[in-house]
Design a protein around this ligand. Structure first.
Ligand code: PEP
Ligand code: MG
Length: 778
């Protein structure tokens, strides 16, 4: 329980407010003024002061706000109204927040402050200018007390009356329930918290994006610019694959241009907010920035970097050919800062030789070992970098000993990506040319987070052992969420790491990896009278995972290996050659036509249930019709399983199973789990393993979200657990969306558990607060 106690708190008054005016213009503001203008205001002022083209703005200072509180006589009343508030008590928190906000909103703004704001607004432009009105909170002990999203921003504001109202609303937002809650949690004394308000010309960018003034990892003098159509939000939020431009500061030339297919843009929605629309016609593939714009942007970036003395992450926008710099902050705030610093500090001459998708986080250096055929894996040595077109299950033994993995093909859900994440081995997939460009024996460094391959061995800070696992998983600070956060496992040796995350169970155990690692197809075991070996291998592998998760649900998926993955194995010579194995003979459809193969899997499950593993649930992959579920259930019954008393569920990987979810429920499924890796490819007709269309593979495509939303609602209506185990569940943004839409559990990769748990917890808290607010408002 966290109680706010204002007794003994300092009230900012007298000396600290004496000489600061109510309004400061950007040109007058320097970074030292942060206490008066907040983090946002100070950063804009500093940028304007060095000649960067920042949209016109003024700031209603924190001191103006404090004067408002004093003049209107509400200052003490506000603090008294929530002194000794228990912020964990939602009802009390909401009530206190509403009371304090109400006082600020109802108080009459003193005439002298009102007049100064009006005057400044007129000075901004003779005509009523459309502005953005943004809160910028400050505190004495921490100058920038703005926690993302807690104080309000009002866009598209026009006219004096609307402006004054928005300023007062920004002030009131300092006492929003969420803001009070977070300040209490962070140990702020609310008496010392102030709020400034930035009033700035609204830039309706025709094109916009972000820029790293130097390479974010190596520190090389390469400016990396990403840009797309419309407002910059589309690039920042990742809703679009932007164009990418690399400008070499040494030669002062554009070094590389990568034009992307830009499907959507975010634009102003009339007078209110923004909307996401489709980019039409030739603009989709047109180059967003001209060479002159790239050069100019890079120059602005350099000015900012030189001024701050550290590489910057800059947001920019362009309207009618005019460039605006909207924000600049040190790159060190965007993650991986230790790596970035140490690489740059220790070696300025690092060179990126390849790029792909960062599929398993971590950085490793080593000797390239190119594997063109699985027969060559014998030459792979401990600590090498395995480079291949695409990994196969029979390469897993080699994958275990290497320091990193690089592939030509594949995306975030390919074999190499899944297995590398579980082994904790850095991996970059989909480089297209690694096996051609790299040479056997060459020394390289692989960054599995950013997807870069560097020439040579680059010193980097070693990650704290087990850091990814420990973070947020154990100890007194473990976050409890109402939505279960489970983990995906594919290889039993990852079970201990998976369990150490503190996950609420296993939402997907892919058993094909147990079999594929043996290098013999299920058919081989059957044809060679080695059925017992097959059952034992499965039983023992699954048991390792069950033992790591005592009492927690473990959903084991029946075999789902496409024919091309079986082909290289003993017995694989009889596998059919399919044009598109992803659409072919895999999942439950194959098991139903291969009763012996299915029977042996069921035999291993039966043994485990008999041994008392009641937490074992079985999940059928690739079901497209309820009849398949009924057929599988009937086959299990014929094998002696008490099907009404064990937990049986399905994967939702085919749009038909999302559409027919109610029929599945009526057939008795106990749970359903979105396999978005396949659901996305089957909904959008995008081969998930094809690097040529990787940028069109969009788990957040409206059609995919629509299917997911509808299926979740139906499952909720029937009280059937609805979950996700596809890669999209390891994306915090998607996790927030899923929680908002009512998902019951999320199963993520081992390395993603901590961040998913945090995203889920935040979203749940926000939902509770909003519900409480709405209740009170009624
Ligand atoms: C999926 O399709 O999302 C899934 C988890 O299954 P797999 O990646 O094994 O096809
Ligand atoms: Mg799948």
């Amino acid at each position: 329980m966290i109680i706010i106690n204002h007794a003994g708190g300092k009230i900012i008054s007298g000396a600290s407010m004496k000489d600061v005016p109510n309004i400061l213009w950007l040109e007058e503001i320097r970074k030292e003024d942060i206490i008066s203008v907040g983090g946002k205001g100070a950063s804009l002022g500093e940028m304007a002061s060095i000649g960067l083209p920042v949209p016109k703005a003024f700031v209603v200072t924190a001191q103006a706000f404090r004067r408002f509180l004093i003049e209107t006589g509400i200052e003490k009343k506000i603090f008294a109204s929530y002194d000794r508030l228990d912020v964990e008590n939602n009802d009390a928190l909401e009530k206190a927040a509403e009371g304090a906000k109400g006082m600020v909103l109802k108080a009459k703004m003193p005439a002298f402050i009102r007049d100064e704001i009006r005057h400044a607004y007129k000075k901004l432009s003779a005509e009523d200018m459309i502005v953005a009105v943004r809160s910028s909170a400050t505190a004495e002990d921490l100058p920038d007390a703005s926690f993302a999203g807690q104080q309000e921003t009002y866009l598209n504001i026009k006219g004096e009356a609307a402006l004054l109202e928005s300023v007062q609303k920004c002030w009131a937002s300092l006492y929003g329930a969420r803001a009070i809650y977070y300040r209490a949690k962070q140990g702020f004394d609310d008496h010392t918290v102030n709020i400034a308000v930035v009033v700035q010309q609204l830039v309706h960018s025709e094109k916009a994006g972000v820029m790293f003034t130097s390479h974010p990892i190596t520190g090389e003098p390469l400016t990396i610019i990403e840009g797309s159509w419309g407002l910059g939000e589309a690039v920042v939020s990742g809703s679009v694959s932007p164009d990418k431009y690399i400008f070499d500061q040494r030669s002062e030339k554009v070094d590389d241009i990568l034009i992307s297919n830009k499907k959507v843009e975010i634009i102003a929605d009339g007078d209110h907010g923004t909307k996401l629309v489709e980019v039409t016609g030739a603009r989709q593939d047109a180059q967003v920035l001209s060479p002159a714009e790239i050069t100019k942007l890079a120059t602005y970036g350099k000015i900012a970097e030189n001024h701050y003395g550290i590489p910057q992450d800059v947001e920019w926008g362009i309207v009618s050919g005019t460039i605006y710099i909207l924000q600049s902050r040190p790159i060190t705030t965007i993650g991986n800062r230790k790596e970035a610093k140490s690489m740059a500090e220790q070696n300025q001459n690092v060179r990126i030789i390849l790029q792909g998708q960062g599929a398993a986080p971590g950085i490793a250096s080593g000797r390239v070992s190119i594997i063109r055929d699985v027969k060559d894996t014998g030459s792979v040595k401990e600590g090498d970098i395995l480079v291949t077109k695409m990994t196969n299950p029979d390469m897993v033994p080699a994958m275990r000993k290497v320091a990193a993995i690089v592939t030509d093909e594949g995306g975030m859900t390919c074999h190499a990506a899944i297995v590398s994440r579980e082994l904790g081995t850095p991996a970059v997939v989909g480089t297209k040319t690694a096996t051609h460009i790299l040479k056997n024996g060459q020394i390289i460094t692989v960054d599995g987070e950013k997807g870069f391959i560097y020439e040579g061995e680059i010193p980097h800070a070693a990650p704290a052992p087990g850091a990814a696992v420990v973070q947020g998983s154990t100890g007194p600070s473990k976050i409890i969420t109402a939505t279960s956060v489970k983990v995906n496992v594919s290889i039993p040796e990852a079970a201990a790491r998976a369990a150490a995350t503190g996950a609420d169970g296993v939402g997907l155990l892919r058993i094909e990896h147990l079999i594929l690692g043996l290098n013999k197809t299920p058919g081989w075991f059957i044809a060679n009278n080695r059925e017992e070996d097959f059952v034992r291998e499965l039983h023992d592998g699954i048991k390792i995972v069950l033992d790591a998760f005592p009492g927690k649900p473990v959903w084991v998926r029946t075999l789902d290996a496409p024919t091309d993955e079986f082909r290289n194995m003993m017995g694989g010579e009889t596998e059919p050659h399919e044009h598109n194995p992803m659409l072919g003979w895999r999942g439950i459809r194959r098991d139903l036509q291969s009763p012996d193969q299915f029977r042996l899997q069921v035999e291993s499950f039966k043994r485990l249930w008999k041994e008392g593993y009641e937490n074992l649930g079985i999940m059928f992959p690739m079901v497209s019709h309820p009849d398949e579920f009924l057929a599988a259930k009937a086959m299990m019954k014929a094998c002696g399983v008490d099907v009404e008393h064990v937990t049986l569920g399905i994967m939702i990987e085919i749009p038909s199973s999302a559409i027919m979810i109610e029929d599945f429920i009526k057939c008795g499924i106990k749970f359903a789990s979105f396999g978005t890796n396949d659901l996305v490819q089957y909904t959008l007709a995008i081969d998930r393993n094809n690097e040529n269309v990787a940028d069109m593979y969009q788990p957040q495509h409206p059609a995919v979200l629509h299917l997911i939303h509808t299926a979740i609602q139906t499952c909720r209506a029937y009280d059937v657990e609805c979950s996700i185990c596809g890669q999209a569940g390891s994306d915090p943004k998607m996790a927030c969306w899923l929680v908002e839409h009512g998902i019951a559990s999320i199963s993520a990769n081992i390395d993603a558990i901590a961040k998913i748990r945090e995203a889920v917890a935040r979203t749940e808290k926000r939902i509770i607060l909003e519900a409480a607010r709405n209740r009170d408002a009624e």
